[in-house]
Design a protein around this ligand. Structure first.
Ligand code: NAP
Length: 254
């Protein structure tokens, strides 16, 4: 069992980008951070990225441990959480961050690209939330934060699958907030806009400039802009906030 004052945080997709910044925003003595990552194409590179997150958390005197877990695979997810619960006995914060894109115009979109994005971005959130919500209900406390996207609210050309998945995350967030509130659990979503990560680095210059043109604050966001909001939503100061979508987009959606 964990020490009574230990705070246990789980972040999906914590090896890089926004997930890594979220891990770092929680890193401090007395907090244990467990995160997963998944990359079938380059497992070695991803293990190195995950180790880097662990090291940076340790630099801040926190504890972090990672595992390669595909959030689409229910058995792997279940083993991941059971391992954490066996060790710590509790989970205080779950951040559903892992996500992918497979862009293309709707009329050309392959069914497999639709399924892949919906499976990771929406079903993955459902699978992780369901497992953790049961534990948090017993604890009668907890905080769940889902990373959606501004395009889940606005839609975006070439992202029918992605925007549908992120809109679904908002619906799931609001429903979970209503179902879990009586057990002292808050559930909120963050809707980032254009954030500098590997995901957006893959965009063409044209798409990138078009995106930047839509930002009233006239700059791309950084992973830390999102991470600081996640840390706030998991803090005592946010204990009366649930079922909300916080936009972190430089005003892309007003
Ligand atoms: P990223 O740099 O591509 O990192 C994605 C993370 O998710 C990685 O750790 C990745 O693991 C993990 N992941 C992907 N598929 C997974 C799977 N099947 N199982 C487990 N983990 C998986 O992405 P990001 O830009 O930081 O985005 C993080 C979240 O923010 C996503 O939900 C994204 O949709 C959302 N978001 C991003 C932006 C943006 O502008 N960047 C804007 C709005 C919303 P590997 O490293 O092993 O692949």
């Amino acid at each position: 069992m964990t020490e009574q004052n230990e705070r246990v945080v789980v972040v999906t997709g914590g090896s890089r980008g926004i997930g890594r910044a979220i891990c770092l925003s929680f890193a401090r003595p007395g907090t244990s951070i467990y995160f997963n990552y998944f990359s079938p194409s380059d497992p070695d590179a991803e293990a190195v990225a995950a180790a880097e997150t662990e090291k940076r958390v340790a630099d801040k005197q926190g504890f972090a441990a990672s595992k390669s877990v595909n959030i689409v695979n229910e058995d792997e997810v279940s083993n991941f959480f059971n391992g954490i619960i066996d060790k710590t006995g509790r989970i205080d914060v779950l951040v559903n961050n892992a996500g992918i894109t497979k862009d293309g115009l709707l009329v050309r979109m392959k069914e497999q690209d639709w399924d892949a994005v919906l499976n990771v971005n929406l079903k993955g959130v459902f699978t992780c939330t369901k497992i953790v919500a049961k534990l948090m209900m017993q604890q009668r406390s907890g905080c769940i934060i889902n990373i959606s996207s501004v395009v889940g609210v606005t839609g975006n050309v070439g992202q029918a699958n992605y925007s549908a998945s992120k809109a679904g995350v908002i619906g799931l967030t609001k429903t979970a907030a209503k179902e879990l509130a009586s057990r002292g659990i808050t559930v909120n979503a963050i809707a980032p806009g254009f954030i500098e990560t590997d995901m957006t680095a893959a965009m063409s210059d044209k798409a990138r400039n078009a995106m930047l043109d839509q930002i009233p604050l006239k700059r791309a966001g950084y992973p830390e802009d999102v991470a600081s909001v996640a840390a706030f939503l998991a803090s005592e100061g946010a204990s009366y906030i649930t079922g909300q979508v916080v936009h972190v987009s430089g005003g892309m959606y007003i």
